[in-house]
Design a protein around this ligand. Structure first.
Ligand code: PXL
Length: 277
């Protein structure tokens, strides 16, 4: 069984980061190992939340893993909480990437044209440097715009614009960049990925569902990482990830008791699991 190390926060309530990554990775029959970067009562879109930074745990955990001879087949980073944390994780990547097939960075910074609470442009600039450690990155339009210092465009993208953004993203260092939230025409939303090694573009579009849904970036990234770890191609992995995300949003919209956070990905897991039988 393949083994993924995922590095992101534990938000106790709110269906994002580790509470999404662990079940999704497990559902793809991949072992999920974790390095929690912080512990929060909820994610930061809630009005009241606690935030306990776990940066000081990183080095002792890494030392213990090295003493045990532990290695990982892939490493996936999500929400990171501080500059020092990024520096320590860069060192961790240098050590563990030797045995890993790929490093996947989801540069979690913001959504809908806004950076999340606690983040600013300087943090986005640091995240852009962090992306140099990745083989694959998967920003949304907000994160790509912040890292590249370009205006945020919600919709009305052209193929030329998306291609240009993707080329600038791979120029940060990764081999592959996948951009989510691409909208060429009203009513259709999708992901476009660029593999700079083979100079290939992949697109996958689906019907847009009105509304903003929290945690979908984490869901998309977790599913893509799991599919890549299971040996699926880049095109197939991002399609599987987009399908899980859209199915989860559909389930949330259909649920009359849906809460205003997270998506009901649990309902969509059975069809995701069937793709790995
Ligand atoms: O879903 C991204 C995310 C992850 N972790 C924390 C967050 C957010 C987005 O707000 O606050 C703690």
């Amino acid at each position: 069984m393949k083994r993924i190390l995922t590095i992101q926060d534990v938000s106790c309530v709110g269906k994002c980061s580790l509470t999404v990554a662990i079940p999704v990775i497990s559902a793809a029959q991949v072992e999920a190992c974790v390095l929690p970067t912080a512990s929060l009562s909820t994610h930061t879109m809630f009005k009241h939340f606690t935030f306990a930074d776990l940066t000081d745990e990183i080095e002792p955990i890494v030392e213990a893993w090295l003493a045990e001879g532990i290695s990982f087949d892939a490493i996936y980073t999500g929400y990171l909480g501080s500059y020092r944390q990024m520096e320590l994780i860069e060192r961790l990547l240098d050590v563990f990437r030797k045995d890993a097939e790929f490093v996947f960075v989801d540069p979690v910074l913001g959504d809908a044209g806004k950076l999340y609470t606690r983040f600013d442009q300087a943090f986005a600039d640091r995240m852009a440097l962090f992306c140099a450690k990745a083989d694959v990155i998967a920003p949304n339009m907000t994160e790509a715009a912040a890292m590249l210092h370009i205006p945020y465009m919600e919709s009305g993208h052209t193929e030329k614009y998306v291609c240009d953004v993707l080329k600038r993203l791979v120029a940060l260092g990764p081999k592959v960049a996948a951009l989510t939230g691409v909208q060429y025409e009203p009513g259709k939303l999708g992901v476009v990925a660029y593999d700079s090694v083979n100079d290939q573009l992949f697109s996958y579009f689906h019907d847009a569902i009105p509304g903003r849904f929290h945690g979908t970036g984490d869901l998309f990234a977790s599913a893509a990482v799991a599919a890549l770890a299971r040996g699926r191609s880049i095109a197939e992995s991002f399609k599987i990830a987009a399908d899980l995300t859209v199915d989860s949003i559909r389930a949330t919209v259909a649920n009359p008791n849906a809460r205003n956070y997270g998506v009901d990905f649990e309902t969509a897991l059975p069809s995701f699991m069937r793709k790995f039988e």
